[in-house]
Ligand binder design. Structure first.
Ligand code: SF4
Ligand code: SF4
Length: 362
């Protein structure tokens, strides 16, 4: 439906200011929480990123070492790109308790973005719809949608166009919306006026650095992924270093702690997107319930979910750590001992540790 305001706008590629205003209105109507127009230039991010790689903080994510030129210059990734439409989708379904409220020790904590359906398809689908709507108005142009799917410094592009500022925890924050959102981009050949960066508002706060259970934020704006629970429980496939296991606590897929403690998240908005609503009770499931999942149950309960990507054995490894960190319970010890032989050697290392931790609390 064309709103009265939109109807007044005469659209063509020769009136980029009006076109930009119309695109933003259409993006919001499609369910995106924000939309900014970025210059296709992320060179400024390169020195920090090279330092991050040099220190080895990316761990096993070797793909990050590739395509640095394309990351810094999006016109090398998609030649002819003149502007990038950056969008945001909020993903909270309810206002979370702040991180200082103690966690239920036997509950399995799954990062909030991952409790429902994988958002990537929806993000790309809506970006394609947006490009189709623009095409209807202004005629043909080149457009490529991305959602965490190509070598793109997406945070940096969005930040340069005022979507928020990079917090000390390295995530983007918006003053009125917090940081619980995911990003997407539409690379276009349209010449649109670029938006400008916003101011930074971390000030002297260090709450995210102080709360991080594994001290992964090694200095403001620098994250050692090798210590970060999100990397360890999702990307990393091996044996998790023993000194990090207690810090992982009961977080079995990702971690929200640095976001939960951030004062700007008291302004976080709830999502309008159905995909983020929890499925299979994954917002209130116990560690022991998840431990009962065999591989078939894992596959059926994680169909279309980001959790599927980590694989059954890595998921079980994470739950074993959670069970080791849970309050002493003969039922937990029994469950771990009875199922040990069903799992691979990597999981067994964590089961043995969890059993020893459990006995040490008796
Ligand atoms: S996600 Fe968790 S482990 Fe990673 S930096 Fe934030 S608080 Fe630390
Ligand atoms: S917790 Fe504080 S330092 Fe960390 S991102 Fe939020 S405002 Fe910045």
């Amino acid at each position: 439906m064309v709103t009265p305001v939109q109807a007044k706008i005469q659209l063509n590629q020769n009136d980029p200011v009006a076109l930009k205003a119309w695109i933003k209105a259409e993006a919001l109507a499609l369910g995106f929480s924000d939309c900014v127009i970025a210059k296709p230039d992320a060179q400024a991010e390169l020195p920090r990123f090279k330092e991050y790689l040099k220190r080895g903080y990316h761990g096993d994510m070797k793909f990050l070492e590739e395509n640095l030129e394309k990351r810094a210059d999006p016109t090398l990734l998609i030649p002819g790109t003149k502007s990038i439409i950056c969008v945001r989708m909020d993903y909270l379904v309810e206002t979370p308790k702040p991180r200082y409220v103690p966690l239920e020790p036997n509950a399995a904590i799954i990062a909030r973005y991952a409790r429902g359906r994988d958002y990537h398809k929806t993000m790309r689908g809506r970006l394609k719809t947006l490009s189709a709507k623009i095409r209807e108005k202004v005629g043909d142009f080149e457009a490529r949608p991305f959602a965490d799917s190509a070598p793109v410094f997406e945070k940096s592009l969005a930040e340069n166009a005022g979507m928020g500022w990079t917090g000390k925890h390295t995530l983007l924050i918006h003053k009125k919306s917090g940081s619980f959102f995911v990003l997407g981009e539409l690379f276009t050949s349209l010449e649109l006026p670029f938006d400008t960066p916003t101011t930074k508002h971390c000030g002297s706060c260090t709450a995210c650095i102080d709360i991080c259970p594994t001290q992964a934020i090694v200095e403001p704006y620098m994250l050692d992924a090798r210590k970060c629970i999100a990397y360890l429980t999702i990307e990393y496939k091996g044996i998790i270093a023993e000194e990090l296991r207690r810090g992982i606590g009961n977080r079995v897929f990702g971690c929200d702690d640095c976001q939960l403690i951030c004062p700007w998240n008291s302004f976080a908005k709830k999502t309008s997107i159905e995909d983020f609503h929890p499925r299979h009770g994954l917002d209130q499931v116990s560690l022991l319930d998840l431990w009962q999942w065999d591989e078939a149950t894992f596959l059926s309960c994680t169909e279309g979910s980001p959790i599927r990507r980590t694989g059954y054995q890595s998921f079980m490894r994470n739950i074993a750590i959670g069970l080791g960190n849970a309050d002493f319970s003969p039922a937990i010890i029994q469950a771990l001992e009875q199922t040990r032989e069903l799992h691979d050697e990597i999981v067994q290392v964590h089961i043995d540790w969890a059993i020893a931790e459990q006995y040490s609390k008796n």
